[in-house]
Ligand binder design. Sequence first.
Ligand SMILES: Cc1cc2nc3c(=O)[nH]c(=O)nc-3n(C[C@H](O)[C@H](O)[C@H](O)COP(=O)(O)OP(=O)(O)OC[C@H]3O[C@@H](n4cnc5c(N)ncnc54)[C@H](O)[C@@H]3O)c2cc1C
Length: 539
Amino acid sequence: MESASIEPGKNGQKKRVAIIGAGLSGLVACKECLAEGADGGVEIAADVFEARAEIGGQWAYQAEPDPVTGELHSSIYDGVVLNSCRDTTGFSDFPVDPARHGDYFSHWQMHQYLLEYADHFNLHPHIRLSTKILRCVPNCNSSDGKPEENGQDTTWTVTFQGPNDKQPQERTYDAVISAIGYNTIPLVPDFKGLKENFKGEFMHGHYYRRPGRFEGKRVAIIGAGSSAIDIACELVPGCREVHLVTRRGTWILPRYVLGKPVEAWDNRATQIWMPGRLGEWLQQKLLDAVQGAHPDSLKPEHRLMQQNPTIRTEFLERVHTGLVKIHRADVEGFEGDHSLVLSDGTRLEDLDVIISCTGYHRDQPHLPADVFRGDDDEESGDGINLYKMIVPQRYRNLYFVGLSEQPGPAPPAAEAAARYVLSDKRSGPSGEWRRANFVASPRHNNTETYVPYIDNLLAPLGANPTMGRLLAPRLLFRNGGFLTGLRNLSAVYFDVTSNAQWRLCGRGANPELAVETILRTARGDKEFSKREKELLGIK
Ligand SMILES: Cc1cc2nc3c(=O)[nH]c(=O)nc-3n(C[C@H](O)[C@H](O)[C@H](O)COP(=O)(O)OP(=O)(O)OC[C@H]3O[C@@H](n4cnc5c(N)ncnc54)[C@H](O)[C@@H]3O)c2cc1C
């Protein structure tokens, strides 16, 4: 049986794992690798390689490209406030401190949280900063250079260069976890006439940092993802005109609904129990009641939670007041020095700036070029063919953490992916089963459902909190007796989806801390409980 797990090295020695990137995905992958040995699993020696001089990935803000390499990894602009809330965003066993963080907090605080996470789990000794992975090559014995069908023995030669290395270094690893994120290599469509005709400023949203220098300008933003909507709101006060061009439209959610963070209205009960359409219908009605009917110019064809919705409270007001003008059309091309022509015939004239919020390439330049391709995919296919968005079909002992996208915060899904990689080897699906279940998705659509996706990843570990598990005496009578157990059950199903719920049971469980966190979150307390502090080692 083939496995999606990291198994012991030969003769039971420590398994060596290379983790690429020290953003939140790489950090949690490292933490889970170290925990694996401590939990009585395979002992793993993890090396995390981070190209930048600091950890935190996107959240380590960069005002401008690196003066030496010219590279700009982070897309975070000054005004970023998280669009996932405090109580859903933390890691399962390191909750975000409610005494120091508002319901939604700043990117600076998110970075600080990741630094504290790395300190708490003592990850720093395993991280090599300013060390870029140049390439990873599988070592296998098959004649065509591809790993054999059951290629469990495949090792990886990893080439990297650190700050003091005159030459690239090589090292062999038993497995590689790639955690490089997907918001770094800007994707700009080949717009007709852009290079030849447009004389204004054209930039990708990746490079936007603050609104000041756009004051008095006429700006068109292409795209309607989170960054596009955020940037439009930031530009309105100072700009002469703000246009937003969107082909597909989008749903916009406010941060708060009836005084609660919007995520509080989409929980385990709505995602698991309610037939999909009914849950969405109810959420849609609630949203319409709070915001009014969604403007036709923005209404997308997909249903509310089918794709990651955008959270920005004041955007619809900007649209209704006409301060942001929506154009529901495709870009036809650039004509004249300062005009943008749209597919519905509209001509936007006198534009000073175009900000293209058109997404990112998801390339993995350090890995084999066909890493996302399944055996049956066409040579030129542009899909991401990964089992559970984690395991490639063609290569063994290679995993991706942090590549899936879901309507919800990134840390819980990245953590579940890391735990899945390290899960009991018997849980791994057979080659045949895996082939049957690979679903090719377009390169720009790696969206998964939230609670069901994480449950599915953690089911092999017994860590998905089913009703049966929540009613088991071990949990029901923990942390203070039967009533507490029932309260915990109700919070898991009906309150905001705390990541701690995936530490209640199964492999890697930390039920005492998890129950404390879940109940404190459900009570809406503005500080950790006394016991939570003790368990987290906070004075
Ligand atoms: C504007 C914006 C707002 C967002 N808001 C939210 C939010 O509210 N909530 C939320 O949950 N998420 C949000 N996100 C998503 C965010 O991307 C994730 O939270 C998170 O940063 C993903 O972490 P990651 O570790 O997968 O990738 P990254 O954070 O991108 O980290 C990848 C790391 O890999 C390193 N790396 C890359 N290539 C190499 C190499 N070859 N060798 C060595 N190191 C390498 C990079 O330097 C980087 O440090 C937002 C993103 C953006 C851009």
